[in-house]
Write a protein that binds this ligand. Sequence first.
Ligand SMILES: NC(=O)c1ccc[n+]([C@@H]2O[C@H](COP(=O)([O-])OP(=O)(O)OC[C@H]3O[C@@H](n4cnc5c(N)ncnc54)[C@H](O)[C@@H]3O)[C@@H](O)[C@H]2O)c1
Length: 460
Amino acid sequence: MASKIHKICCVGAGYVGGPTMSMIAHKCPDIRIDVVDINEKRIAAWNSETLPIYEPGLSELVTGSRGRNLFFSTEIERAIREADIIFISVNTPTKTYGQGAHRAADLCYVEAVSRIIAENAEEPKIVVEKSTIPVRTAEAIRAVFDASDTEHHHEVLSNPEFLAEGTAISDLESPDRILIGGEQTPGGLKAINQLADIYNHWVSEDKIIKTNLWSSELSKLVANAFLAQRVSSINSISALCEKTGANIDEVAKAIGSDSRIGPKFLKASIGFGGSCFEKDLLNLVYLCEHFGLPEAAQYWESVLQMNDWQKKRFADQIVDSFFNTINDKVISILGFAFKKDTNDTRKSPAIDVCKRLLDEKAKLLIYDPKVEVNKIYDDLGTDEENPNVVICSDPNQTFENAQAIITLTEWDAFKDIDYEAAYQAMQKPAWIFDGRNVLDHKKLTEIGFQVRSIGKPHEP
Ligand SMILES: NC(=O)c1ccc[n+]([C@@H]2O[C@H](COP(=O)([O-])OP(=O)(O)OC[C@H]3O[C@@H](n4cnc5c(N)ncnc54)[C@H](O)[C@@H]3O)[C@@H](O)[C@H]2O)c1
């Protein structure tokens, strides 16, 4: 029987560290959890009424445990010293410099945390890679430990996170699986079981997959690559539907009913965004190249190319519809987050589409229910002085004199907008470009809109 974990430290209080630790704190009231970060502002927000990230159900989870067995602070060294187990949940962005630039993962934050662990751990610890990292990163972490003065042997485990933003809390509550990889030594196997014991508080044993370190590290990259590949696959077919009169929703339903294919992740759209898919695909491509597998690299790179093409295709279609002249045209933008139920805009397709329209000198009236105003300005590289970017606090404010409505995020509330009233407020002909295929196109056409969507014939 593995010895029990009493104290957890999680380094990195982001979209993964915050929700994951809040769930563990909720399910394991007997364990003290310190979530630590170098970002003081973020930590202050975790300790306030306005959490730094939006996820349905997160606020209730945090307030239930915060101050009891869940603590947010910047006391990284203390938390590391006191913990039995340390989760590394820092960001692992794509490198922007040197070897592997724009492809490989930048492991500088993981390495920095490893060094702090090596310097501060006064006894053997279990160190868990929660961040998504390239296969064999545990070797690099171990090299940092080996190069330090410490005589302690820290066990390194891989425990990638599979939550999806927008559904993080239900994903954490009922995960499809928990993956734990570790060294196949007595010490490694014991550490795997100690970590599994934490999850066993609410996840059944049959859902906990135990593997060697490299399988676990690689599986996370591959899972994201497969998900992104499905999006690109259906989007490639959406283009063919537009040429042939087939309807992408009908095709998706028809093929998704095949149990070998399955219905999930077959929704055509302007393309995937988010902080993970692109960087993890690039990382996989880099690894394939690094290990001398150019054909495999090319195969996965094409998933990204398809995604870029889909975004461009959508923006081109808007500009083409106005005979290449949208300067000074007012355009309503509904949604800026990369998907619904999150305030995250990292790699949001909305950024590319809006930038393209701004290049064409359109005036954008933008509404998103959860994304902060300053975030939108930052992402578009502009500020409130720019008369062509107006951020609205109500979707109805975006319709006044607009020539087109463009949906860029699939927020459920957009279905309930009074489009009759919107039509009245807009200039005619009034267009709708539904980048997420979430609106009732037939009804909108009846109101009088010119409707364009992804992968569907135009309503007569
Ligand atoms: N966002 C997701 O949906 C998701 C899902 C699964 C896995 N992941 C992976 O999890 C990891 C974290 O992602 P995220 O979205 O939470 O990132 P994030 O940027 O939201 O959070 C990372 C946090 O780490 C902190 N940090 C960086 N260096 C630090 C250091 N030296 N000491 C202390 N704190 C430090 C940053 O200040 C930041 O608050 C990434 O590897 C990502 O690929 C993300």
